[in-house]
Design a protein around this ligand. Structure first.
Ligand SMILES: [Cu+2]
Length: 138
């Protein structure tokens, strides 16, 4: 009788642990002072540049906050910037630092022409890649 009761209690604890994934209980917040907020595929991505004003041929960084249906996104993100009308991208390949809580910082980026650019973010989540584009003009 005692043995059965102990097994029952363990099974209940295990079931509780499995039904509460850590990510679901984490708060995911939009980036303060975001330049733009994009959404698609169940994700919300907010970003701003550092510094805020982008100058030609001057390096800048991107700060991102990415929230998914389960909470803060923690997967890989690819970033690129291109000029669709000219069919070219940047001369730099930025790399990402993951800051936790769905926050990322990408550097170095630099733009070498005036005109219409777009940031292209690819989120590699569990259900496959999701691309979010953000047009901008430096
Ligand atoms: Cu161009």
């Amino acid at each position: 009788m005692n043995g059965r009761r102990r097994i029952g209690a363990s099974a209940v604890l295990l079931a509780c642990g499995l039904s509460l994934p850590a990510a679901a209980s984490e708060v995911c917040a939009r980036l303060p002072e975001a330049k733009d907020v994009l959404s698609g595929g169940g994700y919300e991505l907010s970003y701003r540049t550092e510094p805020e004003a982008i100058r030609l041929n001057a390096p800048f960084a991107l700060l991102l906050a990415v929230c998914g249906p389960e909470g803060p996104f923690a997967g890989r993100i690819d970033i690129d910037a291109d000029m669709p009308a000219h069919r070219h991208g940047m001369n730099y390949q930025p790399t990402f630092d993951q800051l936790g809580g769905g926050r990322y910082r990408a550097a170095i980026l630099a733009l070498h022409m005036r005109g219409d650019w777009r940031f292209r973010f690819t989120l590699h989540g569990a259900d496959g890649p999701v691309r979010l584009d953000a047009p901008f003009r430096p």
